[in-house]
Design a protein around this ligand. Sequence first.
Ligand code: CA
Length: 526
Amino acid sequence: MNRREFLKSMALGALAATLPGAAGGRSKSAPNVVFFLVDDLGWSDVGCYGSSFYDTPNIDALAQDGVRFTDAYAACHVCSPTRASILTGKYPARLHLTDWLPGRREFPFQKLKNAEIHQYLPLEEVTLAEVLKRHGYSTAIFGKWHLGEEPNGPNAQGFDVQIPKWNKGWPKAGYHAPFELNGLEDAEGDYLTDRLTDEALSFIERNKDGPFFLYFSHFAVHDPIEGRSDLVNEYKEKLSEMPRQKGAPYILEGNPDTETPLSREELDALVGEEPYEGYRVLPNQTVKIKQHQDNVQFAGMVESMDESLGRVCAKLEDLGIADNTIVIFFSDNGGMSAANFGDPGRVVPATELDRAYSTSNLPLRGAKGWLYEGGIRVPMIIKWPRGGNHGTVCDVPVISTDFFPTILDMAGLPLRPEHHPDGVSLVPLLKGEKKLERDAIYWHFPHYSNHGMQSPGGAIRSGDYKLLEYYENGTVQLFNLREDFGEQNDLSRSQPKRAAELRAKLHAWRDDVSARMMSPNPDYAP
Ligand SMILES: [Ca+2]
């Protein structure tokens, strides 16, 4: 046993000592928990969030049975940090796990050196799965882990069952069989989202006497962008019958943290000029952002994911356990409307846009990899049959660190603030309260992003206001999200006092969580 495993065993031992009765004894009345996590699904990619292109009847039905959150946030705009925040109730900054794993490499054009991160979720962290397991839950993860390779996989963090045995952030050989995934059999013609659902349904059947914690973490709708063929054909037809979408299909977005950031008008004027043609990293650290939802391959992925949710809910009904099963729907970051430029020399040919750009986050600004709302605001629905509201909408800002205490609270288990210090139970909101006792929520990304050449930065949302701070040159932007959730009207100059207050709060929070900062890049060569 190494030091970390020892610390974990001590923490779990202390946890067991506080359990009523026999540690691990299961209660038949304890609610089951299905956490349905989608990868890279944008806020605007769901019917009940405003998409008219993707059909998501099962997600929309879940919203009718539960509470739909309009202002729900991922703790990061890329995968691994958000996943860590869900399972620990801690901010990625506190965990020192602030980038996707293994993270972006360094380049000489980057002024700053990326902060160091853990390469796996530290084993001394006590996860939601471990706490539920200690309370007698059967625990399983189907799909994506992306929090470290073996021996630091899900089995070391409280999950009894893991399918497939594959810990990276994308499906090894794509969505069409053969998948080449350990522990997941396939046959010709199989589609990954469907096969994972078969496995999840089988787990539910085996554990119908409960309680169980099913962490159903789809690889979809992360790239490669490969829809199920029958659905792709349906969307080809749908697209051909739709009126032509308004506005430019792509706009330019720039880096706000330069001495002379380009205004929206300047960016719109540049997009037609020769140096700004094509789909690559463009001059002035600009990239193109997709503005239309018209990718039929991606649409096929979205609808098959929606079907998966429908099959899970139908199985719960068939087994007579829907009334005692909490279902949570969430995405780990915003939609990929900017292509991945992890290789900054990449050029996307115009004929291959549908393989590189999945969707549009409009009316939100930005994309996966950005601190604008398009990167961090995500769809979120909680169905709590025996305790929560049904068919209501909540606009209080909430964040992925909140799931840990919320799930314990819904399950009637004691909260453990020492394990989830950055989360707040959302139970009052689920019962109809209109506010939470929380001052602000925070983001910290001390890295360069793969989905844009914008500078590293952090952000705070407090009430209706959001401040973004960039780390190369200290530029800030201030938006009133209630009036301007498309983040077009920067108020930092007209409201300097508010901007200074929020910046001070953000800095104090960074100190409080011992956030790691960037350092000058010794190899900097602009
Ligand atoms: Ca993701």
